[in-house]
Design a protein around this ligand. Structure first.
Ligand SMILES: Cc1ncc(COP(=O)(O)O)c(C=O)c1O
Length: 359
């Protein structure tokens, strides 16, 4: 193989690669933070309507206008501040590949692994600040010190995988103190959280917010994400950084329908939030598991010595969760998506079974 290509591939092969979630027949899928609270018949109906109005021979044109107009109404943000992408993954990739060269990024850990992997792929230097072990809180002073030496700051809010959202005034303090750094706030799970910074977008020209329709809107398969940024950046993103048609006509049509039914989306988010509290409450009663407070559609657990036993029981019951092993000194960590009431009941039943075995 050509020398330069071979050495690039050698470097890439040493990086952490994306491990696709397991697909197990007839399983309960609680590993990828998708949203099953949205009724599948409802999604199917939206998809049929979208098929009927889509002519796949044409590039999407007016579909973008309709999507942006609906997105503006959903977010309460003027369309001038918006930019769409093929999932927020694609937007992250574009931001890092166009802006990241020779820059340093500060992140806290653990956080969204794709973001870290993408920085590593592009050879972007990462400053990692571990979250506080006891509550996954942000060590504010240390984070600010590290951020002061870097160019870009990434804050996942609420954070994946820990689920917590830092207090709004804590994040505003960061925005106030480091105005010379680009601050990326990943709000993939924000609908399940306590606040969004979208309303502040006109106040900070160094702020870019990343959002997605994969979580609260239940459209992970449609691959639709967006950013909210100052007008100049959003315009440059739409016209130069982004490719001309990143989202296909069909996904645009489905997304436009989904965003138009705000009441239904709100209702399902509410359902997930109340199920989250129910599942957290039930898990909290078990000894030998630490359950962290979540502001997202999933729960982060440290299951300590019960890790293998829990994983084996869940596996026998065909319940798939995300395994993390040891993280920041926490042992046996798991991330569990909140599903429908029925899915959550099956998950709890399986966990109880694992505990009966070890008690
Ligand atoms: C924090 C965070 N950001 C972004 C994404 C990617 O979302 P999308 O499906 O829009 O690419 C995810 C997906 O899990 C996520 O957890």
């Amino acid at each position: 193989m050509i020398n330069w290509l071979s050495s690039k591939l050698d470097r890439i092969s040493q990086l952490d690669s994306y491990i696709k979630p397991e697909k197990v027949e007839h399983s309960i899928k609680l590993d990828s933070n998708e949203n099953f609270a949205l009724d599948s018949q409802y999604i199917m109906k939206m998809a049929s309507l979208a098929v009927a109005q889509t002519d796949l021979r044409e590039y999407p044109l007016e579909q973008y206008e309709e999507f942006y107009s609906q997105l503006s109404s959903y977010t309460g943000v003027d369309a001038r501040y918006l930019g769409a992408g093929n999932g927020s993954d694609q937007i992250i990739e574009l931001l890092l590949s166009t802006l990241g060269k020779d820059q340093e990024v500060t992140v806290f850990t653990p956080t969204f692994s794709y973001f870290i992997n993408r920085c590593e792929l592009h050879g972007i230097k990462l400053n990692k600040v571990p979250l506080n072990r006891e509550d996954n809180g942000l060590p504010q002073e240390e984070f600010l010190n590290q951020a002061a030496h870097s160019d870009i700051v990434y804050i996942c809010s609420p954070n994946n995988p820990t689920g917590n959202q830092f207090a709004e005034n804590q994040i505003l303090k960061i925005l106030e103190e480091i105005k010379e750094k680009l601050i990326l706030i990943d709000e993939a799970y924000v609908e399940f959280g306590n606040y969004s910074l979208a309303k502040r977008i006109a106040d900070y020209d160094n702020l870019i917010i990343l959002r997605t329709l994969s979580k609260a809107c239940g459209l992970a398969g449609a691959r639709v994400g967006y950013l909210i940024a100052n007008e100049r950046f959003a315009n440059a993103f739409r016209t130069s950084i982004q490719s001309p048609y990143p989202i296909n006509s069909f996904s645009l049509a489905v997304a436009t329908y989904a965003l138009s039914d705000k009441a239904y989306l709100k209702q399902t988010v509410q359902l997930v939030k109340s199920e989250r509290e129910r599942v957290s409450g039930a898990l909290n009663k078990l000894r030998g598991i630490t359950v962290f407070k979540s502001d997202a559609n999933f729960i982060f657990l440290a299951s300590e010595a019960n890790y293998e036993r829990i994983l084996n029981t869940l596996k026998d019951d065909r319940i798939i969760v995300k395994r993390f092993g040891d993280v920041n000194g926490l042992r046996g960590c798991l991330r569990v998506t909140i599903g429908t009431k029925e899915m959550n009941d099956k998950f709890l039943k399986s966990i109880y079974k694992a505990f009966d075995c070890c008690n």
